[in-house]
Design a protein around this ligand. Structure first.
Ligand code: SF4
Ligand code: SF4
Length: 348
């Protein structure tokens, strides 16, 4: 059978979600979010700079987590090709104000050009972030990665949804927790997470159920104490990230009947103080096919940049990207709820 396109997947999701929409506008409706911004005295959301290039290297992944907003998995074939990788490197070279290359996927390490891209960006003096699922570091054919990442001083931002095995395995699949612990111990042995090593290890927490994350600082203390006591694991910091109601997490919400309750929770928790820290204000997201987006979530919803901004990485133009209006929609409430949320953890 022919695989379904992203649009077909979305169409089915919206059809199922309609039954649960009691007080909510359609998911791609910008009005409700704009109305919250307006009430907070913000007339429009616009990017003010491009400092971070966040590149999605493809949807291929060795895992199939419940909360995945990318719909990634081992059977996905979408992967960034050499021409787009070269265009990313060229963009970094031509635009010294972009200091950070943030690599995501899927499992970004599964892209055959991953190591080339990392070394090129490091030679240009960029800070490189690898959003790593940890288990890939143990997978056959990828065993060289921990040493490679350490040798290139790549920051590792690693998902570990909970310090308890049961919760992590329920979100990421059986055995994910024990493999993650093994990978963290390996990273520690190379200096990751150790004071003054220069090798930053950041952990990421996502709520297991349809809830907002707890306070980042408090949870970081609990992670530190639990992981140290149980395994002697060290890390530098913890990011709490709100689950966004898109893609596979949207499926999960719909299946469990929690979609409207979760959206109401996000909307009620709108926090105007989080707006100035939204990642779309200083980050440009690049899809596996080179298309440009305001953020990874808009990418998954295929909400491209608004014209006249360039549409692909081949046409990158910094002047046309600053001050561009951001494409907002209902899922944006996920970034502004409570303490706010983005790829750098909680905002406020
Ligand atoms: S959440 Fe991360 S590790 Fe899990 S399936 Fe998605 S991309 Fe892969
Ligand atoms: S989802 Fe978040 S980061 Fe993306 S455009 Fe909306 S507010 Fe900005």
């Amino acid at each position: 059978m022919k695989p379904k396109t992203s649009l077909q997947h979305r169409g089915e999701r919206f059809a199922d979600a309609t039954e649960q929409l009691v007080v909510l506008a359609p998911q791609n409706d910008a009005q409700q979010f704009q109305s919250s911004l307006t009430k907070a005295g913000i007339s429009k959301l616009a990017a003010n700079r491009v400092e971070i290039l966040q590149v999605n290297l493809g949807k291929l992944c060795n895992m199939t987590c419940d909360h995945c907003h990318v719909d990634a998995g081992p059977d996905r074939r979408e992967i960034m090709q050499r021409a787009e990788i070269d265009a990313c490197i060229q963009t970094l070279q031509n635009n010294p104000e972009i200091r950070t290359l943030d690599l995501t996927g899927g499992a970004p390490e599964m892209n055959p050009h991953f190591c080339d891209l990392v070394t090129s960006a490091r030679e240009l003096g960029c800070h490189v972030i690898d959003r790593c699922n940890l288990t890939i570091l143990l997978a056959k054919g990828y065993e060289h990665l921990p040493e490679f990442l350490a040798a290139n001083s790549v920051e590792i931002v690693a998902s570990l949804p909970c310090y308890l095995e049961e919760n992590t395995d329920s979100q990421r699949g059986d055995g994910a927790y024990s493999k993650s612990i093994e990978a963290l111990l390996k990273l520690n042995s190379l200096g990751y997470g150790k004071t003054n090593s220069g090798l930053t290890l950041t952990l990421v927490y996502n709520p297991v159920g349809p809830n907002l994350p707890p306070a980042q600082k408090d949870l970081e203390s609990a992670y530190r104490s639990e992981l140290q006591t149980r395994f002697g694991i060290e890390f530098n910091r913890l990011f709490t990230i709100t689950n966004m109601p898109v893609s596979r997490y949207l499926d999960f919400l719909i299946r469990s009947g929690d979609y409207s309750t979760y959206m109401e929770k996000l909307i009620k928790a709108f926090n105007p103080a989080a707006v100035s820290g939204l990642m779309c204000l200083n980050t440009l997201s690049i899809g596996w096919d080179g298309q440009l987006y305001d953020c990874d979530f808009n990418q998954m919803l295929e909400l491209n940049l608004k014209s006249p901004a360039p549409s692909t990485i081949h046409e990158f133009n910094h002047d046309q990207l600053i001050n561009r209006p951001i494409q907002i929609a209902q899922h944006c409430f996920g970034c502004t709820a409570g303490a706010g949320s983005g790829c750098q953890g909680s905002i406020t």
